[in-house]
Design a protein around this ligand. Structure first.
Ligand SMILES: Nc1ncnc2c1ncn2[C@@H]1O[C@H](COP(=O)(O)OP(=O)(O)OP(=O)(O)O)[C@@H](O)[C@H]1O
Ligand SMILES: [Mg+2]
Length: 337
């Protein structure tokens, strides 16, 4: 047993995982769902796996879970290989479209899963009650699942994923189809898991959730890794521009002449200018007796990053050079390429 297995350096290391499906009636056509993927996720992080439909997110998760075989490459979870049963006991998984038997209650279902995952009979009841409480389903514990809302079913799915107290939790689209309250509750659950020291790796389309929750994200498109970013580095990136907002609808001519990108929104004007032009713009506003509302550095959002990584080509807009890959590195100096 190596030291890395006892004290793993990383939660997840994906080492060139690749998947090509054989498709068509005779299974003769090849469909490359995932090009060789290299990615590292640190222990204790919440990591978002982002990408549009068909990007290869579920395929990657299924390979990590051992549900489909990689065409090539390998991965390690908690320093252990994908077929290592010791590792499987320490991971939890919420599939993209979980199916639960409709006529079981939440409590019955969790007891069943608890037995399957080998929780000792003595601890099973207290563990199930604790998890029902944690996912906010204690009052609905005796209700059959066919009467549950989508949000409640998603929480049952998360409950089964964390019942056996895994160290790394994989969630495929945990917020999909949920209303804002349901999304809030799932976000809170994911934050709880992080505060318990667990690593959470989840796929999503919902960029605002990823921005609010994640330490790091990877953007995947058409089976290819388009970039990896540390969220705090992204949003602290001030880009050398400021947004200056003033009241009214008047735009002094000198401001666009300084390169200011001006937009009138309701009863305010917003101008984005380079930082070094800020004082000149403020002088112009003072000269014209315009009332200043705010001066704020422009920060990058996850949406800006995501759109830039996909490239305008992929958004159906005019062609441009593809984005430069992997210009971000994860904390601790790991580069994901
Ligand atoms: N079993 C399969 N056989 C053949 N092709 C498949 C299979 N599973 C997935 N694919 C194809 O692989 C590509 C990646 O699919 P995948 O489900 O991994 O994407 P995804 O990122 O999870 O998408 P979504 O956001 O819609 O869930 C898609 O083009 C899909 O059609
Ligand atoms: Mg999917």
């Amino acid at each position: 047993m190596t030291l890395d297995i006892i004290f793993p350096m990383h939660a997840i290391e994906i080492l060139g995982l690749e998947k090509t499906y054989q498709v068509g009636f005779w299974r003769k056509r090849r469909k490359q769902a995932l090009r060789p993927l290299h990615l590292t996720v640190e222990l204790g992080q919440i990591f978002g796996f982002l990408g549009p439909n068909g990007a290869g997110k579920t395929t990657t998760l299924k390979m990590l879970m051992g549900l489909v075989y990689p065409t090539s490459g390998s991965a390690r979870i908690l320093g252990m290989a994908l077929d290592d049963t010791r590792m499987k006991a320490q991971i939890g998984f919420l599939p993209e479209q979980p199916y639960f038997y409709d006529y079981l209650t939440a409590r019955e279902l969790l007891r069943y899963y608890g037995q399957l995952s080998g929780i000792a009979a003595k601890q099973l009841n207290s563990r199930v009650e604790m998890i029902l409480e944690q996912v906010g389903l204690r009052d609905a514990a005796t209700v059959q699942l066919r009467k549950f809302s989508k949000g409640m079913l998603q929480r049952v799915g998360i409950a089964q994923a964390i019942l056996h107290d895994p160290k790394v939790v994989f969630l495929d689209e945990p917020m999909s189809g949920l209303d804002p309250m349901g999304r809030f509750e799932v976000r809170r659950l994911i934050e709880d898991l992080k505060s318990q020291g667990k690593t959470v790796f989840f796929s999503t389309h919902i960029l605002s959730d990823a921005e609010a929750l994640c330490d790091g994200v990877a953007v995947l498109h058409l089976g290819e890794l388009r970039g990896v970013a540390v969220i705090s580095e992204l949003t602290e990136n001030v880009q050398g521009k400021v947004e200056i907002v003033w009241q009214g609808s008047s735009i002094p001519e000198a401001i666009p002449a300084l390169g200011g990108d001006c937009r009138c929104v309701g009863q305010t004007v917003r101008a984005v200018v380079r930082e070094e032009k800020q004082d000149q713009v403020l002088d112009i506003l003072r000269r014209d007796h315009l009332r200043l509302v705010s001066v704020v550095p422009v920060r990058m959002s996850l949406e800006d990053y995501f759109v830039a990584r996909l490239g305008k080509n992929d958004l159906g807009e005019p062609s441009k050079a593809p984005p430069k890959l992997n210009s971000f590195s994860m904390a601790g100096g790991n580069r994901n390429s």
